[in-house]
Design a binder for this molecule. Structure first.
Ligand code: S3P
Length: 432
């Protein structure tokens, strides 16, 4: 049978125990390859996430002339082309399913003296790209796309002079912010970006690791143009808290569980899921706190606990934007009402995640109210097994699996998309 139509059967489990080494952070893995490709000296990236999204970034950077080799388990070594050394790709660049690849790379491409075209899969070609085209055009970049530049493919003409800008982001988005920051490195003056709420700051942290000064004042960040990057010899990528989130929720809601999660990135712009689960009553503790690649990291121990419903507003959403599908699972098992507001960005993710959550958990018997910008979930609810669709969305496939583990099992159509961010998710789940 075609991979797309494969069905994954997830069985109910009575308690979860074990130690899970959390795979490398997806956002940081992308950025490590992009910045290293613009450097002169080789960079060894450890705990790199070999997921489909990050492999898309590697493929694109190779097309642009970087030499990238798999030098060990979870390790890549990148020999960049120097700050002005990327070469014109001979074909269309393909970002696959990865919004981070397409949006961040468009910031780099828009500043190069050559022509390029970048596209992605059918899901990515439905996602909004005007949000990067607009600020990059203001900087003087020559970038257009399908349907009045709202969608990929994007075609990028050789850059003239790139101007620094002061720009207020209409939405809190690290991908838009990073596209502008990357183009800003090549500009003729400083660029300042202001966000409505703070989004993940991995680009800013990695800029510092590559010798680019970054100034932050509250919700604004300023970067100056540079003429070279000073690459670190080694980057140790922390584990992805967005991947850890599935196990944090699973252990919390399956009675009698204890999981140890090793090497979890705790960047405060990403750790909203920990704050919210703790507010819900989760039993979570940290060990071995440290810094890797300018990012805070720790090991986490999570025990099952009685969760309570919680209310979330727009301000915290960017700090847990990718965790809402699995947070909805926690809410279904919690006592009382959970209200999520200000999460309209979920409608333009790999799929419309608000709609997909209502529809797919609905097949398991969940009653969830969909609002324009969020969800209302009254718990606890009794779920039954059902055949659910992943919608080709990795986080939906994994969140549905966690609901199945805690309830009566679930069957998931097109589960292979989990490999977009967590290639061995189902193997780990089996072993617990
Ligand atoms: C990401 C930013 C977020 C997030 C995505 C990864 C990044 O997207 O949802 O999974 O690596 O910068 P937005 O910037 O669109 O919110």
């Amino acid at each position: 049978m075609n991979e797309i139509h494969r069905i994954q059967t997830v069985r109910s489990k009575t308690s979860l125990s074990g130690t899970i080494i959390i795979p490398g952070d997806k956002s940081i893995s992308h950025r490590s390859v992009m910045l290293s490709s613009l450097s002169d000296s080789p960079v060894q990236v450890n705990n790199f996430l070999f997921s489909e999204d990050c492999l898309s970034t590697i493929a694109c950077m190779k097309e642009l002339g970087a030499t990238i080799e798999f030098t060990g388990e979870q390790q890549v070594t990148i020999q960049g082309r120097g700050f002005y050394g990327l070469i014109e790709p001979s074909d269309v660049l393909n970002a696959g399913n990865s919004g981070t690849t397409l949006r961040l790379l468009s910031g780099i491409l828009a500043a190069q003296p050559f022509f390029s075209v970048i596209t992605g899969d059918s899901s990515l070609r439905r996602r909004p790209m005007g949000r990067v085209v607009e600020p990059l055009s203001r900087m003087g970049c020559r970038i257009i796309g399908r349907e009045q530049s709202r969608y990929a493919p994007l075609a990028i003409q050789p850059a003239g002079v790139i101007q620094g800008i002061a720009y207020s982001l209409p939405v809190a988005s690290a991908q838009i912010k990073s596209a502008i920051l990357l183009a800003a490195l090549f500009a003729n003056s400083n660029t300042t970006i202001t966000e409505p709420f703070l989004s993940r700051d991995h680009t800013e942290r990695m800029f510092q690791l590559f010798g680019v000064p970054v100034e932050r004042h509250d919700l604004s960040v300023t970067v100056s143009p540079v003429s070279s990057l000073k690459a670190p010899a080694v980057i140790d990528v922390p584990g992805d808290i967005s991947s850890a989130a599935f196990w944090l929720v699973a252990a919390s809601i399956v009675p009698g569980s204890e999981l140890i999660l090793r090497n979890v990135g705790l960047n405060p712009t990403r750790s909203g899921i920990l704050d919210i689960l703790q507010l819900m009553g989760a039993d979570i503790s940290m060990m071995n706190q440290r810094l890797d690649a300018a990012e805070p990291v720790a090991d986490i121990v999570v025990h099952s606990a009685d969760l309570q419903g919680v209310s979330l507003d727009a301000e915290i959403i960017p700090r847990l934007i990718d965790e809402i599908p699995v947070l909805a699972v926690a809410a279904l098992f919690a006592n009382g009402r959970t209200v999520i507001r200000g999460a309209e960005e979920l409608r333009v993710k790999e799929t419309d995640r608000l709609r997909a959550i209502v529809d797919e958990f609905g097949k398991m018997g969940a009653v969830i109210t969909e609002t324009a910008d969020g969800l209302i979930i009254d718990g606890p609810q009794k779920l039954h097994s059902a055949l659910c669709l992943s919608h080709g969305d990795h986080r939906m496939a994994m969140a549905l699996s966690i609901a199945g583990v805690a309830a009566e099992g679930v069957e998931i159509m097109n589960p292979a998309c989990a490999a977009v961010s967590y290639p061995n998710f189902f193997t780990v789940l089996d072993q617990l």
